[in-house]
Ligand binder design. Structure first.
Ligand code: UD1
Length: 378
């Protein structure tokens, strides 16, 4: 890569953890489609298991990353430092014009800081979201990334307001829509023409009929025994009503063992699933229970009722327009929210503005100076 004679802008597109991969896929595809930019994929290695990483590259039709930093797991400081050290070397040798980071994981923070200190322009996709909960590692990552980024690509109105309040320049804030939804639309089309029967969960899905779909991995939900036991009690009771399909994150699997959490046999624990198989299951669920950020948005886009097992959300549009209900993480709150979700009138849900599959196109228009609001520095 060093010494490459590229024509046009050289951009590094950074991804490290599972939810990043869905966000970079449409940005990468659009860059390939339009030319004028050479887009290099940088995988920090924050997630590394086959089920957490490679399977996504296949499902999302992404090529092998150009650079793999092998950061791996560790405490926040260790993981962030490993990513920073490795990424700095790559930036110094390849001198990109632009670094694009997405979302709010440790890789997002680490690579923004490195790039900015090397005077490289930083674009943050999914900028401006705030949970206002600084006990959440992702909130720190969002705040720090937005403190140093140059261009802010925003998914919903609340992000624009937050960035304005924090004093970011108006001409750098771009309300472009949501690349998660670009990806969802692309994948839905593929899924319809896909051989659904090949999924390992196809038999189970058909046998269960009506079911709930669950994801759970936030430290605030699974790391403390008492909290996790309360959530498990809610899930076991909910499962009496409808069986639950539960692809389990590695952090959660460890914590189930560690705390001795017991789940009813009507909670079907699955390994982490690829993007398409997961979509195949949740799109037809009676309701989704989750603590993921992305699923709150994706369920809103498809009109699937969603119960968020958290005290807050950085994605308030999913509550005001979409299908999302905040449940907190106590048993009674979760069961009440689920009851509401199952009784919801689906005709009242709306898809938020600009969640139309065109976000990646708008991002590149802005970055390459085709959007009159953005002048590209020379
Ligand atoms: C990270 C993100 C979180 C995101 C989540 C999605 C941060 C601060 N957190 O949390 O925002 O919602 O990814 O999954 O960046 N592990 C494996 N295999 C892997 C990756 C992790 O076994 O491929 C295990 C490791 O033991 C690790 C634990 O899972 O200690 C947690 O991984 P880590 O990347 O630290 O955080 P996540 O909980 O995955």
């Amino acid at each position: 890569m060093a010494g490459e004679t590229a024509v046009g802008l050289v951009a590094f597109l950074v991804a490290g953890a599972r939810p990043n991969f869905m966000k970079i896929a449409p940005i990468y595809r659009e860059a390939r489609r339009r030319g004028g930019v050479v887009c290099r994929l940088i995988h920090t290695g924050q997630h590394y298991d086959y089920e957490m990483s490679q399977t996504f590259f296949q499902d999302l039709e992404l090529p092998e990353p150009d650079v793999f930093l092998k950061a791996g797991s560790g405490s926040h400081a260790v993981q962030t430092a490993r990513i920073m050290t490795a990424f700095e070397k790559v930036c110094q040798s390849a001198c990109p014009d632009l670094v694009i980071v997405v979302g709010d994981v440790n890789s997002t923070l680490a690579c923004s800081l490195v790039a900015k200190k090397l005077l490289i322009r930083v674009a943050h996709v999914e900028a401006g979201l705030r949970s206002f909960d600084r006990t959440m590692p992702e909130e720190i990552n969002r705040i720090v990334t937005d403190a140093v980024a140059d261009e802010f690509f925003v998914t919903e109105e609340s992000g624009v307001e937050n960035l304005r309040r924090e004093g970011r320049p108006e001409e750098r804030i771009h309300f472009v829509g949501n690349v998660m939804i670009d990806n969802l639309m692309f994948q839905l089309e593929r899924l319809q023409s896909d051989e659904e029967a090949r999924f390992s969960t196809a038999g189970l899905k058909n046998r269960l009929g009506t079911y709930l779909f669950l994801t759970l991995h936030r430290p605030s939900n699974v790391d403390q025994a008492e909290t996790f036991q309360g959530i498990a009690a809610a899930l076991n009771e909910a499962a009496e009503r409808f069986p639950i399909l539960f692809p389990m994150h590695p952090r959660t699997r460890k914590m189930v063992k560690h705390h001795g959490v017991r789940l009813s046999e009507r909670v079907h624990v699955l390994p982490p699933l690829g993007f398409r198989e997961s979509l195949y299951l949740w799109k037809d669920a009676a309701a989704v229970l989750t603590d993921s950020g992305g699923l709150q948005e994706e369920t809103t886009a498809l009109g699937v009722p969603c119960v968020t097992i958290r005290e807050n959300t950085e994605r308030p549009v999913t509550l005001s327009l979409g299908t999302n209900i905040l449940a907190g993480n106590r048993k009674s709150g979760i069961l009440q929210a689920l009851d509401r979700a199952l009784r919801a009138d689906r005709s009242r849900f709306q898809v938020p503005p600009k969640w139309d599959g065109q976000a990646a196109r708008r991002i590149w228009e802005a970055l390459l100076g085709e959007d009159p609001k953005v002048a590209r520095p020379v």
